[in-house]
Every structure is written in structure tokens, then in C-alpha cells.
Design a protein around this ligand. Sequence first.
Ligand code: UDP
Length: 327
Amino acid sequence: MNVLVCGGAGYIGSHTVYELIEQGHSVVVADNLVKGHREAVHKDAKFYEGDLRDAEFLDRVFGENKIDAVIDFAAFSLVGESVTEPLKYFDNNVYGTIRLLEAMNRAGVKKIVFSSTAATYGEPENIPIVESDTTVPTNPYGESKLTVEKILKWSDNAYGIKYVALRYFNAAGAHISGEIGEDHSPESHLIPIILQAALGKREKIAIFGDDYPTPDGTCVRDYIHVTDLADAHIKAIEKLFRDNTSSVYNLGNGTGFSVKEVVEEARRVTGREIKAVIEGRRAGDPSTLIASSEKAIKELGWQPRFNTLSRIIETAWKWHSTHPNGY
Ligand code: UDP
């Protein structure tokens, strides 16, 4: 299959490109490199630098390649920034995908896997969260992704573009080869920050709140390995070709770990001192997010393989300890 990966130079996108190529697919990557890294793009992928909001650029990509399906990762993803700069998020994440869908229509490409998020749920009404639970995002990032899910539904209805939206919980870890990994600037995610502290690049890690209604008072999250996420995208494409129906899936391990537990496990894996101090809560953080991924397991035949916190942190450590300054 020939797959166009938008945002294929980013964290989850680059790992998906590696899995696609490993499984024998041809890959075209489109990325504007605003957040992505050219070095993260697999050498066997065909690379185009450009922006999804640029219709001419997209027509060139679709015109020069016979694309069977699209995977769309191209988006901004910082929750805090989305609160202060919502228009930037709606412009890139929503308008960019509208342009992509228009270009797909012009090119007659009718299958897309979309990168969505647990942030579509907002404060969860049940744990574990199932796909039919209420979606009331508490920040513009989650709202932008939920908006695209709705646009996809109506584009299916009108144009027959079939989609799978994948709602990730906390993506973490790095490729087992150590060649690619997580490199955000600025970094805001827990595991990279902890490992930067382990490397001495930060003096300490701040734990945002220890007064949540959780067993140790710190927030609980469902960490899912980036290669397991990558694998789910390929299974989602296979499903689209198998039954040509649209759907939405949660992707997580179904197990929650508190911030303190993650710090403790990172100390064990790295054998390093990691200084942690308790600070105030971060605005907009739900206390507990844990996925039910039963639907993905059943319908996609997906099964997370790096399904322990230690495996996740070990692979992240392999990347961070060999690339202390990122790419
Ligand atoms: N967190 C923290 N200190 C940090 C970064 C994150 O205590 O320096 C907490 C954050 O409040 C959340 C969890 O770690 O409860 C995971 O945060 P992250 O930003 O990695 O992912 P999110 O859950 O926001 O998508």
C-alpha cells in the first residue's frame, strides 16, 4: 500500500512511518517541520516539506503519488498553549485537516486515519473511559480534535471518505532501535522531563499537585507505547480496506500510573537520583484518565506489546540517554 503520512516527522508520526516501512508499505511523508524533525523521517520514505493549509502543495503531493490511504498526525498538541492561543490551534488543527480532506476529495482518496486524543473527553464520567462516553473537552486542543472528528463524520456522509479516529491516552517511549524518540521543544511531557532530570539536564522534576482524589494524591494516567500506537494505525488502515466503515477507538493499556509511581519507576530503570518536588496543580488536568481499549482489541485485532511501564521507560531512556539534546 502507498500511505501518505501527514506530520510524519513528528513523534508519533515518525514511529508510524517506521512501522509502515517495516511491514512492507510505501510511505510518503508531508510535514512543515514546524514541530517535526527532518532527521526523524525514515530514509526509505519520500519526503515533502509543506503545510496542509496550502492547497497547491497538497495537490502536488497527491498528483505525484498514487496514494491509497492517509494518516493525519499534523497538528499542534500542547494543551496549555492551546488555552492561551486557541485560534492558532483551530487554524492549524481544524483548517489544516479541512484542506487535507478537500485535497483527498479532488484526488479521489477515500480513506483516512486521524490522530485524536483522550482530551476529547474532558473530565471523565467513568473510569475506564469508553468511546461512547460524553465528550466535553476542557481545552482548545481537545476541542480542535473533537471538531475534526465531527467534520470527518459529515465528510463520510457527504463524500464517502471513510475514517478511523484514534483517541490516544498518554503516548510515551521510543523506538526499540534507539534511532528515533520524543523531542519536543519546549518539553512539557512527564516522562521526557523526568529523564532530562535523570541526565542532569534539569535540576528536578515538579509534580503538579498531590491533593487529587487518587491513592497517592498525584494524577493517574494511562501510558501507551508509541510503537503500539503506530501499530494501531496500520491495523486501522487494514480495517478500512476490510469493511469500509468509519469508527472511533481509544488506545491505552488500561492501567493507570500516578506521577509518583512514574518517577519511582524511572529511578529504578535509570539507576539515577531524580529529585522531585511537589508544586501546585496544573490548570486543566483531570485527576485520572484510563482507557478501555476493548473495542480496539476486538475490532482492530490490536494488542499492545510494550505494555509495562518499565518497558516504556526503558525504551525512552535508551533514546534520551543517547540523544540528550534531541535530534
Ligand atoms: N506532570 C507533572 N510534572 C511535569 C509534567 C507533567 O507532574 O513536569 C503531570 C501532569 O500534571 C499529568 C501527568 O504528569 O498529571 C502527565 O502529564 P503530560 O503532560 O505528560 O501528559 P497529559 O496527561 O497532560 O497529556
